[in-house]
Write a protein that binds this ligand. Sequence first.
Ligand SMILES: Cc1ncc(C[n+]2csc(CCOP(=O)(O)OP(=O)(O)O)c2C)c(N)n1
Ligand SMILES: [Mg+2]
Length: 701
Amino acid sequence: MATSRTTQLAPELLARFAGLEPEDLIRALRIMQLSRRLDDREILLKRQNRIYFQISGAGHEAVSTAAGMALRAGSDWFYPYYRDRAMCLALGVSAEQMLLQAVGAGEDAASGGRQMPSHWGSPSLHIVSASSPTGTQFLQAVGCAHASVYLDPQSDDVTLVSSGDGATSEGEFWEALNLACLDRLPVLFLIEDNGYAISVPIERQTAGGSISRLVRGFPGLLVLEVDGTDFLASYQALREAAAWCRSRQGPALVHAHVIRPYSHSLSDDERLYRTPEEREAEAARDPIQRFPEFLLAEGVLDRHRLQLVLDEVEREVQDATERALAAAPPPKGSALRHLYSERVDPTSDQFQSEPIFEGAPLTMVDAINRTLRDEMRRNPRILVFGEDVADCSREENLPRVKGKGGVFKVTQGLQCEFGSRRCFNTPLAEAAIVGRAIGLATRGLKPVAEIQFFDYIWPAMMQIRNELATMRWRSNNGFSCPAVIRVAIGGYLQGGAIYHSQCGEVEFTHIPGLRVVMPSNALDACGLLRTALRADDPVLFLEHKRLYREPYNRSPYPGPDFTIPFGKARLVKVGRSLTIVTYGALVQKALQAASVIESRNPDWTVEILDLRTLAPYDWEAIRLSVEKTARVIVAHEDCLSFGYGAEIAARIADELFARLDAPVRRVAALDTWVAYHPQLEDEILPQVEDLVREAEALLAY
Ligand SMILES: Cc1ncc(C[n+]2csc(CCOP(=O)(O)OP(=O)(O)O)c2C)c(N)n1
Ligand SMILES: [Mg+2]
């Protein structure tokens, strides 16, 4: 560290240089120059069609370098923005690594040729794989800081998250500030404000034009505003902000004013919306010009040494370019690699087990509660959180109240047994629940986040689809987020209406990288939840509300190690004449329909398959059954059109056409919402009669 070395400068200059030595300043100069030269080189390569995209860090180099130098590489955690090339260089990413990403090389350490350039990521440097959505990083940084504090309460690590001015308009920025302030988490928000989000100027982006003014009311948040084109001022501000976070006084926000001399990206021409005068005025503040002039004026180096530094940078860029251009592309046939964990395979026999039953039959809700409890006893890394999941947030009242433990009581008693660090209520913000889970899981914790109602999962959709499910693939196995997201889903509630009855599992089974599970009974819920908790992939665990307390699907507890592999259907009933492929609430309805059909037509027997996991699903079981019966219905509670059944029906038609004696039929909800009045609800959701009618039509085909 700079302050531990012998000082070579007079004290007033030392103060002026924010405690940095001349060699540190020359290092900063070198990083800033290297950053700009790399951008220039990428622009050239793009024009030569040798890379496919370019976005620069030009104009942001001073504050970005300062951030990389003010924090602790390899121990603090970083969520840099795409403009933070200089920060990443300062943290230890090499020029060659950057250009390997630009050419999309297989050996690109950040993504293996899967992500655009400037999407940083390095497990060893604690630079968490960056994505493209502006704003998702804030909530993950909060989860990451939470992990630091959870794993080591004495830790003084800081999580830095940076963004542009535009990204602060995303709701997730505000949710993250709220969370960080609520829990006094050591998050350093760095806002690099270049006055534009592509073509939208700051006065049309941020009310009043200043983000630091807007956030001053957040309790415990240190807010600093700085000229981000001034390296020393930036360094000083970032040191102060980091010290604030390290001493656990709360989060900090540094609002740095920077410039953007190279348009938004190579696909943008800012002359379309900025005047020549404005651009010239900005050019006068360019840190790449100003910093060397400052160092020369202060005598930190002379022109000869400056030239040596520039020559060295030029050589480094040239060498890195040559190596990157010679690098091999990602191997053919590798596109599916790292979608899921290769360490733990939840579909494997490892998860096949026999139940060792104990006690009286439990409802599905009690079975899930018991499984969570046993797994939390076994694995201290499991944290349970969401809206209303704790027994009582005001701990002092716990002895005097029974405790809430979830609106469906799934998590009742977990806070009492494991304490508020392991089971806690979150603010009412679904993106924040999942974003935090991603940050925690990235750090090796096992978050079990609850979304109270499936109907309200949508604010978290960006985090689930673009972050949770992509992390491992996009970082080429560098990072992963094996979080479990539990969601109460489904209708048949009488009065649930449109916003408490929705299904929509198909929106998630369509997402590569995500496992989707939907048990229909207590035993499967135990076994599948435990597999989810012991697996290494993100899992969406759908709990049907109507099935929570049914008498027919109870089971005695199958023991603390009972697991069921994913992708293995349950043969609910054996038959010869027709197969019903289904899951969730329709399993029981299919059984009822089968007994109606069989009592009316003694020659017919119906086979029923409960898929249990929807992604992956058990094609082998479907195939075997359809080959035997030659007639099949796919039944589900969600709407018919473009639904889950469409995929299964298409595959049966494709691969088993010759084995069929009748068309593949689907039974599902009408293509509308679930209504409040029970009569309307019955009309909308599939009923036993619908299954009987369609099955008999197929059997008579
Ligand atoms: C959620 C989302 N919406 C839109 C985009 C497209 N987009 C990429 S960068 C950008 C502007 C970002 O502006 P700002 O945060 O100020 O960063 P700057 O590029 O100015 O550094 C937009 C709209 C995106 N990547 N993500
Ligand atoms: Mg901007």
